[in-house]
Design a protein around this ligand. Structure first.
Ligand code: ADP
Length: 174
């Protein structure tokens, strides 16, 4: 049985990610979306929120599930009998970093391979950072993220906005 992992931050998951997930699910028997617990980044969504939103997004794809992991990706892969890492490539700018990542992973884990899927042209420009930036300034991101994520994003940013305003005003706002 072929089992692959699609790792990332998914903060939040975008339609570009979903496209890669769907296409991988047709190539591999099982795809695990691995949400990385990265202590060097401060995410907008907690690890639990990201795993939950992903599981909701993939609920109609029977061979895909989302989990969180920390530590080395290749260690997690080995523990779970995963032989393939899936990554998405949007543009040449992704390539250098992705190549370095794939080669260093291969160096420490020659039994695990990285497979790249090139982005669908519709999502070539899309990243989680762009979604967050647009949404923060009130732009419509409904065509960039799944419906459940749109809802969660709007709620989260409202909360953040309230917190910022509270801090600024030194009092609670409702
Ligand atoms: P990371 O923090 O590891 O970059 P991301 O959540 O940003 O994680 O992305 C995870 C993977 O999905 C990476 O391989 C990235 O290149 C890929 N990816 C991100 N956005 C897109 C997109 N719009 N189309 C295709 N692949 C994408």
């Amino acid at each position: 049985m072929s089992r692959a992992i699609y790792p990332g931050s998914f903060d939040p998951v975008t339609l570009g990610h979903v496209d890669i997930i769907r296409r991988s699910s047709e190539i591999f028997d099982e795809v695990i979306v691995g949400v990385l617990h990265n202590t060097s980044k401060t995410p907008l969504f907690s690890l639990e929120e990201r795993v939950n939103m992903l599981n909701e997004v993939v609920s109609d794809i029977p061979n895909v599930s989302a989990v969180c992991f920390d530590g080395l990706l290749v260690d997690f892969a080995r523990q779970n009998h995963i032989k393939v890492i899936v990554r998405g490539l949007r543009a040449v700018t992704d390539f250098e970093y992705e190549l370095q990542l794939a080669q260093s992973n291969r160096k420490i884990a020659p039994d695990i391979d990285t497979v790249f899927l090139t982005t669908s042209i519709d999502y070539a420009y899309l990243s989680s950072s762009i979604v967050k930036e647009y949404a923060r300034f009130g732009a419509d991101v409904s065509e960039l993220v799944p419906d459940n994520v749109l809802h969660l994003l709007n709620n989260k940013l409202d909360i953040d906005k309230n917190k910022r305003e509270e801090k600024r005003d030194g009092k609670k706002r409702y």
